[in-house]
Design a protein around this ligand. Sequence first.
Ligand SMILES: NC(=O)c1ccc[n+]([C@@H]2O[C@H](COP(=O)([O-])OP(=O)(O)OC[C@H]3O[C@@H](n4cnc5c(N)ncnc54)[C@H](OP(=O)(O)O)[C@@H]3O)[C@@H](O)[C@H]2O)c1
Length: 242
Amino acid sequence: MGRGLLECKVKTAVITGASTGIGAATARRFLKAGYRVINLSRRPLAEERVENLPGDLRLTYRDKSFSKRLCELTQDASALVLIHNACLHYGDTVGDLSDEQLDEVLTLNVRVPNRLNHLLIPCMQPSSSILYVGSTLSEKAVPGAFSYVVSKHALVGMMRATTQDLVGTGIHSACICPGFTDTEMLRRHMGDDPKIRQSITERSAENRLIEPAEIAELLFFAAHSPSLNGAVIQAGLGQKET
Ligand SMILES: NC(=O)c1ccc[n+]([C@@H]2O[C@H](COP(=O)([O-])OP(=O)(O)OC[C@H]3O[C@@H](n4cnc5c(N)ncnc54)[C@H](OP(=O)(O)O)[C@@H]3O)[C@@H](O)[C@H]2O)c1
C-alpha cells in the first residue's frame, strides 16, 4: 500500500508522551485495534505503524513545520483520537514555586493540549474524541506537588469546557485520572527506597500498583464511548485515603 493511501481514511490516534509508560501502553492498545498512531515525545516508540514526531513539546508546540507535518498526517483520518498524556511533575509547594517553573509545567501540561486542540479539531470527523490524562490529583491535593496539582485540576476544566464547546460536532471528551501506576514517572518519584514503594503500593485496595495497560484499556474504552462525554473517570484502584 502506498504511503499516500496509508495517510488517508485510517482511524488515527495522536498521543503525547507515547514513548513510555501509560502513553506507550495506550499506543499499543490502539495499534492492536488497527489504528495508526502518532507519537509526540522526545524519544521514539519503536513499533510498526507508529509515526514518531520527535521533539520537546515545550518547544515544538509552536513550531510551524511541526504543526504542518502533524496536520498533514491527520487531515484525512476517518476518526481521530487525541490523547493529552505527556506531563511534567515536579515536587514544589505553594511557598517555593517560581514563576519560571510554573510556566514550564503549565506549558507542557496545559498549553500544549490547548495548541494541539486548535490544530486538530478542524481535522476531526464525528466519532472523534479528545481525551485528557488527569490524575487522582485532578480532584484533590497532596503536599509538595503544587504545580502538578494546579495543572491536573486545569485539565478537568479544559475537558469540561471542551465538551461544552463541541456540542453538536460528534466529538466527545473525557478525563481519565489514574492512581499510582507502574511507570518511569512513578519510579522517579519513589526513588530507590523499597519502603517508599511499599507505602505507595499499600495505598491501593489491592496492594499493588496499576499496570499502564489497565489505564490504556480505559482510554481505549473512553475513545469509543460517546456516552462518557464530559466524564471525569477516577482510576485509582480503590486508593486508601490517609
Ligand atoms: N504513573 C502514575 O502513577 C500516574 C498517576 C496519575 C497520573 N499519571 C499521568 O499519566 C500520564 C503519563 O505518565 P506516566 O506515568 O506514563 O509517565 P512516564 O512513563 O514518565 O511518561 C511520560 C511521557 O511524557 C513524555 N514527555 C515528558 N516530557 C516531555 C516533553 N517535554 N516533550 C514531549 N514529551 C514529553 C515522555 O516522553 P520523552 O521522555 O520521550 O519525551 C513520556 O513518553 C501523565 O499525564 C501523568 O500525570 C500518572
